[in-house]
Design a protein around this ligand. Structure first.
Ligand code: FAD
Length: 491
């Protein structure tokens, strides 16, 4: 078997692993980055089909201004190697209680007149003052007050105000169905308020030309161009530990040695499978097993013979669509509601090279359990709900479908992490997204085995999905460099 020595091995080239590896290579460490897939990007990799290029599923990043991607690209000196785009328009569709479809009027960038939103949502004059107070408090809340919400759910925070139902539904749909993918009564108010502030003040709707996988590819190039090695199609089978310290990684391509291993494979697969429970004390193993996944997202890719939608992305919601734990539990038991939230993305509307001339691919995404072993019957029920909502808002779409295909948590699991516990593996964001497991309670990037770190959405990061993973990457790169230098100096 091949043997090679590195300062650090990074397992997984997702949005946690790839930027972390690139930053460490740039800072002078000899890095090996490996991933089991042929392409980097993990949950935000790029796929291609019949002349279409797209991120594998609906992935809309936020914030736009001062985003985490640009911070890493800047340190790598690679800002010009990829094009991040924020088209600034979207369709936000409110399905009224009578079933009417109402689109939020398009507002000029920077125009945040709340009355336009209140008119669109049919909010009574008498309720507007309180609604405005809620929005103002939320937008201007200082960091110390946000930190005080660490143990409060977003639901409990909102209940302090008399927020009209449509406004509540709009905000909760945005946060729970796209940003954090957890029920509103398990969403941390500290995370929710901070992220909403960022979107209000620093805008959202950020995409990457060529799909987000193109950005992950640049991070991999950053590893190579700074003297590191990237080994794709290389599956880590075991992280080696001797006398409480990591010594390397066993892969299907050979054994690689290093005193530091950073795993982007997920905290549960890392601890329970790649390293093995026997190397940790019982309390840490129990802590890791208790982490709950975010929900999953499934949806359909509609390949159309005509351009039907003119915005890059959008959302459809109603007063009934916000998820809480009780509603989600009932849905899992088969009582699926008729109203959920549907997000959609149209890559050709922000990337001119994304589709063949005159064609369009529209991708939907909506909640579902994260379980990769969902039955066909369960998948059909969730898919039918999502499709009905999408086609009610865009009836033209049905006439122009050349073919369609769906994606589910089984696809997400296959492309990203191994299932090691029942019901987990196909989660949309990762673990550590709920109250008590995120914000100040987020799992540490440093695991209790010497030289072992976890990177990605399960540990250390803050924010939404892709940018949370990159936030974790930057913090992990700092911590690992410090660890490396301290241990070199102490030798
Ligand atoms: C359907 C869906 C929709 C989403 N929508 C959004 C959105 O709108 N906005 C947003 O910001 N985020 C969104 N996300 C979430 C976002 O994509 C993820 O949170 C983020 O990309 C996770 O990054 P990560 O590095 O933590 O993990 P991952 O992306 O899971 O990366 C892990 C990497 O490790 C590799 N790996 C795992 N095990 C091994 C092994 N044994 N050996 C070698 N390699 C291994 C995997 O192949 C993968 O490349 C969405 C995700 C999904 C699934």
């Amino acid at each position: 078997m091949a043997k090679a020595n590195y300062d650090v091995i990074v397992v997984g080239a997702g949005f946690g692993g790839a930027p972390c590896a690139a930053l460490l290579a740039k800072r002078g460490l000899h890095v090996l980055l490996l991933d089991k897939n042929a392409r980097p990007g993990g949950k935000a990799m790029t796929l291609t089909k019949a002349g279409h290029t797209y991120t594998a599923w609906v992935v809309v990043s936020a914030p736009m201004i001062d985003n985490q991607f640009e911070k890493v690209l800047k340190e790598l000196g690679m800002e010009d190697r990829v094009k991040l785009v924020a088209p600034g328009i979207q369709d936000t569709i409110y399905r009224t209680p009578s079933g009417a479809i109402k689109k939020l009027p398009r507002m000029e960038a920077g125009n945040m007149d709340p009355n336009i939103i209140f008119d669109w949502l049919d909010i009574e004059e008498a309720d507007r003052e309180e609604a405005l107070k809620f929005l103002t408090d939320l937008t201007l809340m200082p960091p110390s007050d946000i930190d005080g919400l660490n143990d409060t759910s977003f639901e409990d925070f909102v209940r302090r105000y008399k927020v009209p139902r449509p406004l509540y539904a709009m905000l909760v749909s945005m946060m729970c169905d796209l940003m954090f993918m957890v029920p509103v009564d398990s969403l941390s108010a500290a995370e929710g308020v901070k992220s909403l502030q960022e979107i209000f003040l620093r805008s959202g709707g950020l995409f990457c030309r060529g799909g987000f996988g193109a950005l992950a590819q640049v991070f991999c190039d950053g590893v190579r161009e700074n003297g590191g090695k990237v080994s794709m199609r290389t599956r880590a089978e075991k992280i080696l530990v001797e006398q409480g310290r990591v010594t390397g990684v066993v892969t299907d391509k050979g054994v690689f040695e290093a005193p530091l291993v950073i795993s982007n494979a997920g905290i549960q697969p890392t601890v329970l499978k790649l390293v093995g429970e026997e190397h940790f004390d019982r309390s840490y193993v129990n802590y890791v097993k208790d982490m709950v996944p975010s929900v999953g997202m499934m949806g359909t890719r509609y390949f159309l013979n005509k351009k039907v939608i003119d915005v890059p992305y959008g959302v459809i919601f109603s007063d009934e669509s916000p998820w809480n734990m009780e509603r989600y539990q009932k849905a899992r038991e088969g009582e699926l509601p008729s109203q959920g939230v549907v997000f959609f993305e149209v890559p050709a509307n922000y990337d001119p090279d994304a589709a063949p001339e005159g064609k369009q691919m529209v991708m939907t995404g909506y909640w579902c359990p994260p379980d990769p072993k969902m039955t066909d019957k369960e998948k059909k029920a969730w898919r039918d709900m999502g499709e009905k909502i999408m086609l009610a808002a865009y009836p033209d779409l049905a006439r122009h479908i050349e073919y369609k295909e769906s994606y589910t948590p089984a696809h997400v699991c296959r492309l990203t992490r191994d299932q090691v516990l029942p019901g987990q593996g196909g989660e949309c964001i990762g673990l550590g997204q709920v109250l008590g497991q995120c914000a100040r309670s987020k799992p540490s990037i440093q695991a209790p085995v010497r030289g072992l770190f976890c990177v990605g959405c399960d540990a250390g990061g803050y924010g939404v999905g892709t940018q949370q993973a990159v936030d974790s990457a930057m913090k992990t790169a700092d911590a690992v460099l410090r660890y490396h230098r301290l241990h070199q100096a102490a030798r």
